[in-house]
Each structure stands twice: as structure tokens, then as C-alpha cells.
Design a protein around this ligand. Structure first.
Ligand SMILES: C[S@@+](CC[C@H](N)C(=O)[O-])C[C@H]1O[C@@H](n2cnc3c(N)ncnc32)[C@H](O)[C@@H]1O
Length: 264
């Protein structure tokens, strides 16, 4: 496993992500921001779910991710499409690239395997990587959206943690014929720090036999709307706007994801 900060996007999890997470409304939604401002940087680009369709659309986008394993799978997929993106293995809180961007996108990446201090520093590093007038746009899942974690905020419920492993998830067949299943559980929740420690287990099956099994822990940060707005402002951003993900309308209590945009 790679060093700090720690995500769970390695090994079988990375393979699962590359095989099965290739679609979603975020691709088109964030693409509109990229079309309005290039060059763009896809931060926490993973296996290229957003990056590769954008490159195929002729957009000038680089990618960065902390997991070399995710980047390797991204590069392989890009090459199979005849593309050769600039991809960098860096953590966003220590981002140090030569190029400056009109748009920076983070989809599903802020607060993953992180801490409040690292996320604040990441926002500052991202601002430094924008051209004057450039836009940062990111999404974040609100803390109260998770039926798995939200019940554990009161101390009485937290005594029940860690959760036992749930039953195995449905197996999905990958392109090489092996099958994968994932399950996750909550280990602990810290309402003061607004963080959850979770654990994921991935299993790989071949011809009905379990051939590989991996487990990874992860710390996930839980930000409320106004908290993230203040973090963006503290990082020096202006014109911070919040929308409901991914319909472009105003945020409502029922939006699971919020989208934050901010200008340098
Ligand atoms: C939920 S995945 C999202 C991937 C991609 N943006 C997408 O939407 O398909 C989160 C990604 O964040 C990456 N990541 C986690 N912590 C990071 C950090 N500190 N800096 C850069 N990338 C990070 C993980 O390796 C993983 O690829």
C-alpha cells in the first residue's frame, strides 16, 4: 500500500473502479465547466471516468491522483483509445505542477483519505494552480446523505461501532471473466473532527473460487455546505457558489451531492 495520505483505491479496488465505474451524470455536468475554461486539471482523476471522455471530446485536460495504481489503469484505458494524457501521481495537498489551469475539477475526491488540515491545504494548492479568474469546481456528498453513517453521530450509537461486515455484495463479472464483490463498513465516527473511518473488503472470484481478497481502511471527511464555503473563502477563493448536484439548480435538503464552484 502506498504511503500517506491513504485512500483505498489500490489493488482490487482500483481494478473494480476501472471495470465498473465508467459512467454517471458527473461526466457531462463537469464537462460544461471544462468547455468554458481550458486547460483544465482533473484532480483525483482515478481511472479516468471523467478525464477520458473529455479527452475524447478534444478537451485539453491533465490528470492527477495520489494512487499510482488508479493512474496506471487510467493510462492503459487512455492508450487503448489512442490517447496519451499528462498524468501526475501527487497528493492534492502537496500539488506541485508546472502548468496553470483555467479550470480545476475534483469529482468525488475532496475529503477522501484526508483530514481537515490537508483539505484546507489542498484548496490553497489548487488555487495556486489556477490562472487569475480561473474556476475550481468540486462536488461533495453531504454528511446526512449516508444512511450507513448518519445514525452514529450520537454517542450512544457510536458505542455500537465498529459495524460487523455486511453480507457479501453482488458479484460483478469483469472483462477477464473474473468476478468481483465489494462491501464496506464503518469502524468509527468522530463528530468533533467530522470524520468517519471506514473499511472496504474486495473479493475476486475465478470459476466460482475465491482467488484474492483485500481490505483497506480509509478516513473520510464530512463537510456541511457552509463549512466548505468558508474553507474555500479561507483559501482565498471568491464568488463561491453552491448548486445541487448535478442538475445545476439551487441546493435543496434532498440533494445527496452539492457542487461548489469558486473563482481565483
Ligand atoms: C471516488 S474516486 C473518484 C475518481 C474520479 N474522480 C471519478 O469520479 O471517477 C476518488 C479518487 O481520489 C483519489 N485520491 C484520494 N486522495 C487523494 C489525494 N489526497 N490527492 C489526489 N487524489 C486522491 C483516489 O486515489 C481515487 O482515485
Amino acid at each position: 500500500m502506498e504511503g500517506s495520505p491513504q485512500t483505498w483505491h489500490y489493488g482490487l479496488i482500483a481494478r473494480y473502479w476501472a471495470e465498473f465505474n465508467t459512467e454517471g451524470p458527473e461526466i457531462e455536468y463537469f464537462q460544461r465547466f471544462v468547455e468554458r475554461g481550458q486547460p483544465a486539471l482533473d484532480v483525483a482523476c482515478g481511472t479516468g471516468r471523467l478525464l477520458i471522455p473529455w479527452l475524447k471530446a478534444g478537451l485539453d485536460v491533465d490528470g492527477v491522483d495520489v494512487s499510482e495504481r488508479m493512474l496506471k489503469l487510467c493510462r492503459e484505458r487512455a492508450e487503448s483509445e489512442g490517447l496519451s494524457p499528462s498524468l501526475y501521481a501527487q497528493s492534492m495537498h502537496e500539488l506541485d505542477l508546472l502548468r496553470r489551469y483555467r479550470t480545476i475539477v475534483i469529482c468525488g475526491g475532496l475529503g477522501v483519505g484526508s483530514s481537515r488540515a490537508n483539505d484546507q491545504q489542498a484548496l490553497e494548492r489548487l488555487r495556486d494552480h489556477l490562472e487569475a479568474g480561473g474556476t475550481l469546481v468540486l462536488d461533495h456528498e453531504v454528511p446526512y446523505a449516508s444512511a450507513m453513517d448518519w445514525p452514529y453521530w450520537p454517542s450512544e450509537k457510536r458505542k455500537e461501532l465498529p459495524q460487523p461486515w455486511p453480507p457479501p455484495g453482488d458479484r460483478k463479472r469483469a472483462s477477464d471473466g473474473t468476478e468481483y464483490s465489494l462491501r464496506a463498513r464503518t469502524l468509527s465516527l468522530d463528530p468533533l473532527a467530522h470524520s468517519v473511518r471506514a473499511e472496504i473488503r474486495a473479493e475476486q472470484w475465478k470459476d466460482g473460487e475465491l482467488v484474492a481478497e483485500e481490505e483497506y481502511p480509509i478516513d473520510l471527511m464530512l463537510y456541511f455546505k457552509d463549512e466548505l464555503v468558508m474553507m474555500l473563502e479561507r483559501a482565498g477563493f471568491k464568488d463561491v457558489e453552491v448548486r445541487g448536484g448535478y442538475d445545476g439548480g439551487p441546493p435543496t435538503p434532498d440533494h445527496r451531492f452539492l457542487v461548489f464552484s469558486a473563482k481565483k
